[in-house]
Design a protein around this ligand. Structure first.
Ligand SMILES: [Zn+2]
Length: 196
């Protein structure tokens, strides 16, 4: 039960992530989030939710001292950033961040036509980090060679950064979405600009 999925909304009530119950309740307990009732959008802090849980007879976690209802949706009460450490530094997430777009010529490509490029080449001490890895198409990659963007006069279209939020992919969403999440997960969500 602690591994059930909970939808996380940011302060603007936009769906930004999914966490397990343990993580979601921790955020609520720590005051970083409130539980949302999907029926009427009312919000509850930990104590309110615990109080309300007394009357619930199913879907609860029982601890030694009390029982608590499993939340399905929570809303963050703090500015973005709680999830910073949860974004996995992975090839897939770099593709998501750069939206399959070569960061030098700005054109969109198929995944297999793109490579990961070290902005500052490894031979010059460049490391594999969010700030130093970008997507590049093969022609740009070849043109750049073992040089910096300045050295190759190939400026980046934007400075690579660690994204603050990474939406889960469309596939996984359709697998895990719950009826109670539906109204929070709309088209607008997918157009949200990832800001740093
Ligand atoms: Zn390119």
């Amino acid at each position: 039960m602690l591994n059930e999925s909970v939808l996380i909304l940011n302060r603007s009530w936009i769906a930004v992530n999914v966490a397990n119950v343990r993580r979601a309740l921790t955020l609520v307990y720590q005051g970083y989030a409130k539980v949302v009732s999907p029926e009427d959008f009312s919000t509850y802090d930990f104590d309110d939710w615990r109080e309300l849980s007394k009357a619930a007879d199913d879907y609860c976690i029982h601890t030694i001292n009390f029982k608590i209802k499993i939340p399905e949706v929570i809303v963050l009460t703090v500015f973005n950033g709680v999830y910073r450490r949860d974004i996995k530094f992975s090839r897939r997430n770099i593709f998501e961040r750069d939206k399959n777009t070569c960061q030098y010529c700005g054109r969109k490509f198929k995944k297999w036509e793109l490579t990961l490029d070290h902005v500052v080449p490894r031979s010059l001490g460049g490391r594999s980090t969010w700030e130093n890895l970008v997507l590049a198409c093969v022609p740009c990659n070849v043109k750049k060679g073992n040089r910096t963007p300045e050295g190759a006069t190939l400026p980046l279209i934007r400075r690579p950064r660690k994204p603050r939020w990474l939406p889960y992919s469309g596939e996984s969403l359709s697998l895990v979405v719950k009826p109670s999440w539906q109204k929070f997960v709309d088209a607008a969500y997918w157009d949200v600009e990832l800001k740093d």
